[in-house]
Design a protein around this ligand. Structure first.
Ligand code: SAH
Ligand code: F3S
Length: 482
């Protein structure tokens, strides 16, 4: 479960190479989804031009920025705890200023300043280019807030500084916002309407990463399959575009083909796919390009058609199963993962059984499973009572997790005896004599280092496995190795 960085994980501090002329120190940390981590790289890039070098020492910081997540109540509580810590540090470093970025900033707006005395600066996800002005205000002793959401901002013109990474894998954001309005989800409120980034700026970024030695990119968006570039602007305004713009538009399948063709030696991944927007054309693009990884994160949230309807997910249980059949037909060895929510309002025991039976049908490689958390302002919060008792939610979640563990074990066992291509990303967490990397299906493999190094594509014979990890030995470089 290395792919998605959940809020339970301690926020990651980001460091950049120091610029000798910069004099101020920025401590920036991120919570929540991959998009937040990617955004923090954009913020660090903007502030590097404003005289800030990053530091890993909170105590040294002139400016502390925390990129926040609102997806579940627990995510917000984690950030509140972090603010308490900043408060303690401020007692020994009184000049330190504190800014809140991301989804909580957007959700709470200037209320943040009232609720948390430590906060000087509140900046929403579309307002990062305004940071230089906002910081100038704070320097003058005023509080500063910008939470305006944009119809156009994609930060396509900003080259992110790659922070704290391994130099091998990188995120490239391709869309911002979400138009789906799932009734449980706060994202459309905190990240605004959906817009796509110019494919040319995406290709430039990918080519630049390749030139710097990166070997794998993940195209990022709340709903990547909905990607649509017709010259800029909101997805919902596509209908108003000129016939010429409409005819020459780039959709996600086309973008995938462009990126895969431009860098045939690079692995391409993408996240997240929403079932109703995933086209067969995307599956054919995946099948046609060996370098597009055979892996789809395809959240379903529930196996009950009635609950899916209440969630405003735009498909039924049967349609989702038909999509899974299509995936398996076009890409037989595709890894598939899920997100599930246990205890959505009105969920009955029968609905829950539908979720378990859907899982049996798909046998996901892995998944991210959550208890429903009511989010203020969402349709579910306004129209539905959060009526499933906490104990029932917990029990259902445990059943979902237990079943997933069984399926993960089944999937990893399928690789035993096979030889798979692994891109080496880092040292194994358990042993400094072993490398860790992932196969095309996004399953982690661990094997003895020998003479190989980070960034190598190697063929690994899988001899054993746990429910989440493949264990093996390298038998040589893959054809992909330069
Ligand atoms: N499309 C997005 C989804 C972001 S939210 C993406 O890029 O992944 C990630 C997951 O959090 C969702 O798929 C859902 O399973 C879960 N989630 C969202 N809102 C939630 C809520 N109110 N309570 C519990 N889980 C939630
Ligand atoms: Fe949220 Fe649904 Fe969009 S889960 S991010 S509203 S696809």
């Amino acid at each position: 479960m290395e792919k998605i960085i959940d809020e339970n994980k301690q926020g990651t501090t980001l460091i950049t190479e120091a610029n000798a002329t910069n004099t101020r120190k920025l401590f920036i940390e991120s919570y929540g989804c991959q998009m937040n981590f990617s955004d923090s790289e954009i913020v660090a890039s903007i502030l590097a031009k404003e005289g800030f070098n990053t530091t890993q020492n909170l105590e040294d910081a002139d400016l502390v920025l925390v990129n926040t997540c609102s997806i579940r109540d627990k995510a917000e509580q984690t950030v509140r705890k972090r603010l308490e810590k900043y408060n303690a540090v401020k007692k020994i470093n009184p000049g330190m200023k504190v800014g809140v970025l991301g989804c909580m900033a957007e959700r709470l707006k200037s209320k943040f300043l009232e609720e948390e005395k430590i906060v000087d600066l509140v900046v929403g996800p579309d307002a990062y280019k305004d940071l230089p002005n906002l910081i100038a205000e704070v320097d003058d002793g005023r509080e500063a807030v910008n939470v305006i959401l944009s119809k156009e901002e994609t930060y396509g013109d900003i080259t992110p500084v790659r922070l704290g990474g391994n130099g091998v894998t990188a995120f490239v954001s391709i869309t911002r916002g979400c138009d789906n309005m799932c009734t449980f989800c706060v994202v459309p409120f905190t990240r605004g309407r959906e817009r796509s980034r110019d494919p040319k700026s995406i290709l430039d970024e990918v080519n630049d990463l390749a030139a710097k030695g990166y070997k794998e990119i993940t195209l990022l968006g709340q709903n990547v399959d909905s990607y649509l570039w017709y010259g800029g602007g909101l997805k919902k305004d596509f209908k108003k575009a000129s016939p010429m713009q409409q005819a020459t538009a780039t959709d996600f399948a086309k973008l995938l083909r462009m990126v895969a063709t431009a860098q045939p030696k690079m692995r391409i991944r993408f996240s997240t796919s929403n079932p109703q927007d995933m086209t067969e054309d995307v599956l054919h693009a995946m099948a046609a390009h060996q370098n597009i990884c055979n892996y789809i994160h395809l959240p379903v949230q529930s196996g009950s058609t009635r609950i899916l309807k209440e969630m405003n997910r735009q498909h039924t249980r049967e349609e989702y199963m038909a999509l899974i059949d299509k995936v398996r037909e076009i890409i037989p060895d595709c890894g598939i993962s899920q997100d599930m929510i246990a205890g959505f309002p009105t969920e009955t025991e029968e609905d829950h059984q539908d979720t378990l039976s859907l899982m049996e049908y798909v046998k996901y490689d892995f998944g991210f499973m959550f208890i429903y958390s009511e989010r203020p302002g969402t349709m579910a919060a306004r129209k539905m009572e959060d009526d499933v008792p906490e104990a029932v939610k917990k029990r259902r979640l445990t059943e979902i997790i237990d079943l997933q563990q069984k399926h993960s074990a089944y999937r990893t066992k399928n690789f035993v005896g096979k030889t798979v291509e692994i891109l080496i990303e880092k040292e194994s967490r358990r042993s400094d004599a072993h490398w860790s990397g992932r196969n095309s299906q996004n399953t982690v493999a661990v094997f003895p280092k020998e003479h190989y190094k980070v960034g190598d594509f190697v063929m690994v014979k899988i001899n054993d496995c746990t429910s989440t990890t493949l264990l093996g030995e390298a038998v040589g470089y893959s054809e992909n190795q330069e």
